[in-house]
Design a protein around this ligand. Structure first.
Ligand code: NGQ
Ligand code: ZN
Length: 455
C-alpha cells in the first residue's frame, strides 16, 4: 500500500482539500478521504491530479527529432518531404535501438505527466521487408520498454498494407510496415501471449494505419476482430489525402468513414484536421475520440483542427505526442488552445464563460484519453488505476479565489511543474525525474551515436 496526502486534489466533483489517497498493491486506488489530517510516512504533495494517457505516439520518431528541420531541395518543404526523411531514418534502426528509443520516449512522457500511452506501432519487418522469425520481434521491444519504464501501455499494432488510396504498392521504408490479414492475425496472437506476462493494466487494440494504407475491404474485416478493444486510425491530416480519398472513394475521408463503418466510442481518429462543418458535427455525434497532436500537427504543417465547433457539438478529444518532436503534455494543450485563438482571433476559446481554459482542456483530454486507451483511469476514485500526477505550482497567488490556477499556471505559464507520477500505482517519477533516468538516457545517447555513424 502507498499513501499520498495532497493539499489539493482534483476529484470527480472538483477540487478538494486535504485529500488522502491510498493505492492498493494491485495498482488501483483503494481509498480517497477528504479533509484528512496529514499523516506520517505519507507522500506529501501540494497538488494531485488524475494523470492522463498520451493517446498517440510513434516512439521511434523521438530519435529523429530535430533532424528534419532543414529545408530540403524541393520547391516546398512539406509533410511529404518530412515523411521521406522519416522513412530513410527508420530503415536504419535495429531492434535494440527501437527498444532504447522507446524507453527514452516513455520515460520523457512520464516526466511530462503522462501515466500511460497508446503506442501506434507499425515497425514490424526487417529493412527491405523480410519478416523476422517472430512476428512480434519489434512489438516485443515496445512491450519491454514499457515494462522497464513502468508506463501504462495500450499497444496498438498497426496494419499497413498498401502505399495509397489508389492501392499502389508499398515502397522503400514502408516495406518494414507490411502485413496481410493472415500475417497480422498471427502478430496479434503473439502480442496477446506476451501481454499475459505483463502488468494487468496493459491493453491491446488495433490500428489500421489510414485510408491510404488499408483498403475498405480490409478495414471492414479488422473492425470485427477485437470487438471491445480500442480501434485507432489516422485520418484527414493532409489536404492531399482528402483529395485522393475524394477522387478514389468519392467522398471526403471522415465523410466516407462515418458512412461505411460503425464508428463509435471505441474508435479514436487521429488528427481529423480537415473536416467540413457537417463532418465535424457528425464526428462529434459518433462518440469517437478525436486524437489531436497539436505540437506535431504544427511541426508538420497539417492545418488547424476545428476544436471550437467540435467541442460545442459535444465532441470528445484527447492529446497525443505523435512524432515526439517534443514531449510535453502542457505544451500540447497550450498549442491546442493557441491554435484556436490564432484562427478565431479571440482569447480563451475552449472554455465556456466563467470557466478556466486550463481546467476545461485538462478535463476533456483526461476523459478522452481514458476512453481512447480503453483504460479504467482518468478519475481519482476507488477501483480506478492509480494514474496520478503531482504538481508543484509556481504561481505566486494562492489559489484560494481561483482553484484552477495550478492548471492554468502549468498549461499556459509553467514548465517544470511535474514532481511525481504514478502509472497504475508504479511511482516512477520522483522530484521531477524518472527513477531510471540515468540508465535509460545513457543507453539512448549511445544509440544516437551508433545511428549517426550509419547515416
Ligand atoms: C506516421 N505520421 O505514421 O508516422 C505518420 C506518417 C503517414 C503522421 N501522419 C506516415 N503524422 O501518415 O503516411
Ligand atoms: Zn501518427
Amino acid at each position: 500500500m502507498q499513501e499520498i496526502f495532497a493539499e489539493r486534489a482534483l476529484l470527480a466533483d472538483g477540487w478538494a482539500a486535504k485529500v488522502h489517497v491510498t493505492i492498493g498493491e494491485d495498482g488501483r486506488i483503494a481509498r480517497v478521504i477528504r479533509d484528512s489530517p496529514a499523516g506520517v510516512g505519507v507522500a506529501h504533495v501540494p497538488v494531485l491530479l488524475p494523470a492522463m494517457g498520451n493517446l498517440h505516439s510513434h516512439t521511434f520518431q523521438r530519435a529523429m527529432a530535430g533532424l528534419a528541420e532543414r529545408r530540403g531541395p524541393s520547391e516546398r518543404d512539406s509533410f511529404w518531404t518530412w515523411r521521406a526523411v522519416m522513412y530513410r531514418f527508420l530503415d536504419l534502426l535495429t531492434p535494440e535501438e527501437i527498444e532504447a528509443v522507446a524507453a527514452q520516449a516513455f520515460m520523457e512522457m512520464q516526466e511530462a505527466g503522462f501515466a500511460a500511452v497508446a503506442e501506434f506501432h507499425y515497425l514490424h519487418n526487417r529493412p527491405g521487408g523480410a519478416a523476422y522469425a517472430d512476428p512480434v520481434e519489434l512489438s516485443a521491444r515496445i512491450f519491454a520498454a514499457a515494462a522497464e519504464t513502468g508506463i501504462g501501455l495500450t499497444m496498438l499494432p498497426v496494419y499497413y498494407n498498401r502505399g495509397g488510396v489508389d492501392g499502389r504498392l508499398l515502397a522503400g521504408g514502408q516495406l518494414r510496415f507490411a502485413n496481410d490479414l493472415e500475417s497480422f492475425a498471427a502478430l496479434l496472437e503473439r502480442a496477446k501471449e506476451i501481454i499475459h506476462g505483463l502488468p494487468t493494466d496493459t491493453g491491446l487494440g488495433i490500428a489500421p494505419h489510414s485510408l491510404r494504407a488499408v483498403s475498405p475491404a480490409d478495414l471492414k474485416v479488422l473492425e470485427t476482430w477485437l470487438p471491445d478493444a480500442p480501434f485507432h486510425m489516422h485520418i484527414a491530416e493532409q489536404t492531399a489525402e482528402v483529395e485522393e480519398t475524394l477522387a478514389v472513394l468519392g467522398a471526403r475521408p471522415i465523410e466516407w468513414l462515418l458512412e461505411h463503418l460503425p464508428v463509435d466510442d471505441g474508435w479514436c481518429l487521429i488528427h481529423c484536421t480537415h473536416m467540413e462543418p457537417y463532418e465535424t458535427k457528425a464526428l462529434a455525434r459518433s462518440g469517437a475520440v478525436a486524437g489531436l497532436c497539436p505540437v506535431t500537427e504544427a511541426n508538420l504543417g497539417d492545418g488547424i483542427f476545428d476544436a471550437t465547433h467540435f467541442t460545442t457539438a459535444g465532441g470528445r478529444f484527447g492529446i497525443g505526442s505523435d512524432s515526439n518532436i517534443r514531449i510535453s503534455l502542457n505544451e500540447e494543450l497550450r498549442q491546442l488552445e493557441y491554435s484556436q485563438r490564432l484562427n478565431d482571433r479571440a482569447r480563451v476559446v475552449l472554455a465556456e464563460s466563467g470557466h478556466s481554459a486550463g481546467r476545461r482542456l485538462y478535463d476533456r483530454a483526461l476523459a478522452g484519453s481514458a476512453q481512447a486507451l480503453g483504460r479504467k483511469a482518468g478519475v481519482i476514485a476507488p477501483g480506478k488505476w492509480a494514474d496520478l500526477v503531482a504538481l508543484s505550482p509556481r504561481e505566486a497567488f494562492p489559489a484560494l479565489r481561483h482553484p484552477d490556477l495550478p492548471l492554468d499556471g502549468w498549461i499556459f505559464a509553467g514548465d517544470h511543474a511535474v514532481t511525481d507520477l504514478w502509472s497504475a500505482g508504479r511511482h516512477m517519477v520522483r522530484e521531477g525525474r524518472h527513477i531510471k533516468r540515468d540508465m535509460i538516457a545513457a543507453r539512448y545517447r549511445a544509440c544516437l551515436t551508433a545511428i549517426a555513424e550509419r547515416m
